[in-house]
Design a binder for this molecule. Structure first.
Ligand code: GLN
Length: 246
């Protein structure tokens, strides 16, 4: 199996504002996993004021960010709301972490501050709680083999999902979306939001490949089998968090 002659275009949205816990490592993981298979990859950093050409991109990434940085991003995203909704409806893949995830829902209501508008790519909303959820997370996710996800969460926002948006995973350790209903993350069409930092994708290579396949399908309208990779270190990092006694 040769993955040559395929290309993916990634838009990294607001990397200067949304990049805590090295969330940029997610983009790097997609880049390396494509390069190792000879898939050409172009990454464009989108900043405040930049245009977003939705015809060009197969996958969009937003990292986590603190409330302060989310204010500017929320404002800027409003300008792109309808075109990014079109991108979603044309099956573009989105991965958003924590603060970025919150802004893909309808709104994020911080403590004692103005409500921040989201862009409603997901039928979800977030309200700041009284407690910070900090620590390792393990969860079960039905989209991949293995069906486990691992990561690290640090948020006070409590996210609730509804309608056709489904949970990305079920929490087995940690708090997830809101600490109550055992849901972790959200999915609608090819839009994924999660509270898992870590970075997320280096420790969950199966999920990275799942997103790459979805992005290739979006571009080439076909299921493209990926050349397998060794993943020795990636699997050890994943398994170490699964085996840990919590
Ligand atoms: N401001 C958000 C919260 O604490 C997001 C934090 C983050 O991205 N880690 O809920």
């Amino acid at each position: 199996m040769n993955n040559k002659n395929f290309t993916l275009n990634i838009a990294h949205l607001y990397p200067k504002l949304l990049n805590i816990y090295g969330d940029w490592g997610n983009v790097l993981t997609i880049k390396k996993r494509c390069e190792w298979r000879n898939i050409d990859i172009n990454i464009t950093s989108i900043g405040i004021g930049d245009v977003i050409d939705i015809k060009k991109y197969d996958l969009y990434f937003l990292g986590g960010g603190q409330d302060q940085q989310q204010i500017a991003v929320s404002k800027e995203l409003q300008k792109h709301k309808s075109s990014l909704q079109d991108a979603r409806d044309e099956h573009a893949v989105f991965l958003a972490i924590c603060g970025g995830y919150q802004l893909l829902g309808h709104f994020y209501q911080p403590h004692n501050a103005e409500k921040l508008k989201g862009i409603s790519l997901l039928d979800a909303y977030t309200i700041a709680g009284n407690k910070r959820f900090i620590g390792n997370v393990t969860a079960k996710c039905s989209y991949t083999i293995p069906d486990t996800l691992v990561g690290f969460e640090n948020h006070s926002g409590l996210t609730y999902i509804q309608g056709e948006t489904e949970a990305m995973a079920t929490v087995t350790t940690g708090y997830g979306n809101n600490g109550k209903d055992k849901t972790e993350g959200a999915k609608y069409k090819n839009v994924f939001g999660t509270y898992l930092h870590g970075s997320f994708l280096p420790k969950n290579p199966q999920f990275a490949d799942y997103l790459i396949k979805l992005a290739l399908k979006k571009r080439y309208k076909d299921d493209i089998a990926l050349q397998p990779l060794e993943d020795f270190f990636e699997n050890q990092a994943h398994q170490a968090l699964i085996n840990k006694k919590y």
